[in-house]
Write a protein that binds this ligand. Structure first.
Ligand code: MG
Length: 396
């Protein structure tokens, strides 16, 4: 029997109907303030500053290490699940779609999406929590956005003339501001990043592109791992059921795996389309016509509609309870936290165990910060190998 063709996209809009005033986008031309670099370099013959940043990020060691870092499922769980690298690529394609539909700067958006998780330690949020708690004991904090800034301005060594990747001001600002705001009083070292102003729309959209990408991805990986139960998800996640149920009615003979695929595709498309439409409305309602007004606005303008936002939150809370904090993954996360805490304390007690190239950081920053930076850069497998090497010392 011939299968009925499936309609993939909602004929919601034409790109023309949602494009923002052109001057709301960050400019790439020479002399644009956000294209400034820390150390001056001659312009490239045919690549814009943000295209060059994209290349610098992709060619960095920290970017390659994302392949070995946990998103939700730890390395080795299954070959099919997302790593932080594949998550990053998914965020990038979503972010680029949103930027294009809104007429924003696609190259800046792409660079920001590619770099957005570069500061994440091994073992996902469990790793970040463990590092932050270990640092608090020394009156310090670990923050993945600030760590990402340190990676691109200092730890990456690719040039004779300067440390770091010498990224544009626009990308450095976006790195620290894509997901949260920093108090200028608490962070005088970030003064050049316009902390009293909103970030450009290209940076604002990364946070929601990230949320949308991992929402769909984590239902996908959670269901295919068997940790999430399809009937339970359908009964408790209205956003999922909204797109699953019509597919089931339309294709009663299809296996549930394909219906899940069809449902998640529609869910992703609906969230992305809603974000594009609502952001265009927010900008219009705020009367914002250029970047200066985006920056002066009293709130961030990239948003989902209130209905979609409520559905997204419910779905995210469900993942929190039934996947991120489930009995299936919790023991693994607890073990990861134990390993990070043990190694941190072991190396802070005896920094001579650290590699020789940590010497200047130790002298400049002290042991806790140097050890946190060292651990944060590791992949999951490298961290486990280090623990194996130092386990006896750690646990003594
Ligand atoms: Mg992310």
């Amino acid at each position: 029997m011939a299968r009925e063709p499936v309609v993939y996209y909602f004929p919601l809009m034409t790109p023309r109907s949602v494009v923002l005033p052109a001057s709301c986008a960050v400019g790439s031309g020479s002399g644009e303030p956000l294209t400034a670099r820390q150390y001056s370099e001659p312009p490239h013959a045919y690549r814009s500053p943000f295209q060059r940043d994209r290349a610098r990020i992709i060619h960095s060691r920290a970017f390659r290490r994302l392949a070995g870092k946990t998103q939700v499922f730890t390395h080795g769980y299954s070959d099919h699940y997302r790593s932080r690298l594949t998550h990053t690529i998914e965020v990038t394609q979503l972010a680029r779609t949103i930027a294009t539909a809104l007429g924003l700067n696609g190259d800046l958006t792409e660079s920001l999406a590619l770099v957005h998780d570069i500061g994440h330690p091994p073992f996902g949020h469990a790793g970040e929590r463990a590092l932050d708690e270990a640092m608090r004991a020394h009156g310090l904090r670990f923050d993945h956005n600030l760590h990402a800034l340190r990676i691109v301005t200092s730890f990456e060594q690719r040039y004779v003339a300067f440390p770091g990747l010498n990224l544009t001001l626009g990308v450095r600002e976006g790195i620290i501001k894509h997901s949260r705001d920093y108090d200028p009083g608490e962070h005088p070292e970030l003064a050049e990043y316009f902390l009293d102003q909103q970030p450009p729309l290209e940076a604002q959209l990364i946070d929601l592109a990230d949320e949308i990408a991992y929402l769909a991805a984590d239902f996908d990986d959670g269901l295919s791992s068997g940790i999430l139960d399809l009937a339970h998800v359908r009964a408790h996640v209205a956003l999922f059921e909204r797109y699953y149920s019509p597919m089931e009615t339309k294709h009663p003979d299809a296996v549930s795996e394909r219906l899940i695929d069809e449902c998640l595709k529609r869910m992703l498309n609906a969230l992305t389309s809603d974000l594009i439409m609502r952001t265009a409305e927010e900008v219009a309602e705020a009367g914002v016509v250029d970047l200066a007004e985006v920056r002066r606005a009293t709130r961030r303008l990239v948003a989902l509609s209130s209905e979609m936002e409520a559905l997204r939150r419910e779905a995210k809370q469900y993942l929190g309870r039934h996947l991120y904090e489930s009995d299936a993954v919790t023991p693994e996360h607890q073990r990861a936290q134990h390993i990070i805490t043990s190694l941190f304390e072991c190396w802070v007690r005896d920094p001579s165990l650290l590699p020789a190239n940590c010497a200047s950081a130790l002298a400049l920053e002290g042991a806790p910060r140097t050890v946190a930076d060292y651990i944060a850069g590791m992949t999951d497998p490298f961290l486990l190998a280090q623990y194996k090497k130092y386990e006896t010392l750690c646990e003594s």
